[in-house]
Design a protein around this ligand. Structure first.
Ligand SMILES: [Zn+2]
Length: 326
């Protein structure tokens, strides 16, 4: 029988990690558990320390960008706080979806009534597929580009191909010196498992360069407690490029033959032993190099699974997956 305190004793056995660099942490949260800050002029960002959303106040109402359920009702509290201070209306009239994932959109249904929902056409298709009433599908959709104009404010939405998800878009605020793109770069932190649980590895690797092609100073990346900078994006790119180079080298230097010889007709055991060795060899120097540089780099499973995903993409997307039989 499980005793009630077994959770606590297993928690006590959890590993310790390197301290989080102060530079990776953001401002303190208020009593309700959120922080709202000005990005520039009437563009604001909201965080609960782990997730981020943004909003634009206008004389005609508020344009909200994403609705993470962890921030939930604090989204309207943050809007109310700013609208009261600015003497602006606090009604959310527009909701823009960065992509369809529930952890960034699961509080969308809190904003109902006449709200105009805007997103990529694939976001609409996926939300209709997933059929979750908490995330109503956008009615206003676009394929490549969409200019959102509300009360003289301009926001440029663009889709540059699949990356983290098939529908993940770039949200550019040309008059606020800001870009919002979610779930690719984590400001000051490593990506979690499998390149932030991304579906298209080459698209994910390319996305930061596309983000840097835009002019901006402030980057709303969707996660953790602070905004990102161009330098954060560059450090992320260096981390991924180092993994790519390390995976490529390990693929060419680890000899697979002994692993397949060892397991004989159990081919899958040979595959596992070989690829686990490649992954371990490729990931180890990255974990060492970035511990203390990117927060949580020493949570080895994150860098290992990201390395595994990149290594598989090198084999399957870039190729070759192996020598051609003579
Ligand atoms: Zn996502």
């Amino acid at each position: 029988m499980t005793s009630p305190d077994s959770g606590a004793s297993s928690a006590a056995a959890l590993p310790d990690y390197a301290p989080i660099p102060r530079s990776a942490l953001g401002p303190a949260l208020n009593e309700q558990g959120y922080h709202v800050g000005r990005v520039e002029r009437n563009l604001y960002w909201v965080t609960d320390g782990v997730y981020q959303a943004a909003f634009l106040t206008t004389p005609d109402g508020v344009v909200l960008f994403d609705a993470p359920p962890t921030i939930g009702h604090n989204l309207q509290r943050a809007v109310d706080e700013i609208a009261a201070a600015e003497g602006a209306p606090n009604t959310v009239t527009h909701l823009v979806y960065s992509h369809h994932h529930d952890d960034h959109t699961g509080a969308a249904s809190l904003f109902d009534g006449d709200v105009v929902r805007i997103g990529h056409e694939e976001t609409r298709r996926l939300l209709l597929r997933d059929n979750n009433p908490a995330r109503p599908a956008p009615e206003v959709t676009f394929a490549d580009r969409y200019t959102l104009e509300v009360a003289g404010e301009r926001v440029e939405l663009a889709w540059h191909g699949p990356n983290h998800s098939p529908d993940n878009i770039y949200i550019h605020f040309p008059d606020h010196d800001a870009l919002m793109m979610i779930d690719v770069v984590n400001a000051g932190w490593v990506p979690i498992y499998n390149l932030n649980l991304s579906e298209d590895v080459p698209g994910y690797i390319q996305a930061p360069a596309t983000a840097l092609d835009y002019p901006w100073t402030h980057f709303i990346c969707g996660h953790l407690g602070r905004l990102a900078t161009r330098e954060d994006v560059a450090v992320h790119q260096a981390y991924i490029a180092d993994i790519e180079a390390s995976a490529r080298e390990a693929l060419t230097t680890v000899n697979p033959v002994p692993y397949y010889m060892h397991y004989g007709e159990n081919f899958w055991a040979g595959v596992k032993a070989h690829l686990d060795t490649v992954t371990e060899r490729a990931a180890a120097p990255i974990i060492a190099k970035y511990t203390g540089v990117l927060a949580a780099a020493d949570i080895e499973i994150f860098t290992r699974t990201t390395t595994f995903a990149i290594m598989q993409s090198l084999r399957l997307d870039s190729g070759p997956s192996g020598p051609v039989h003579p």
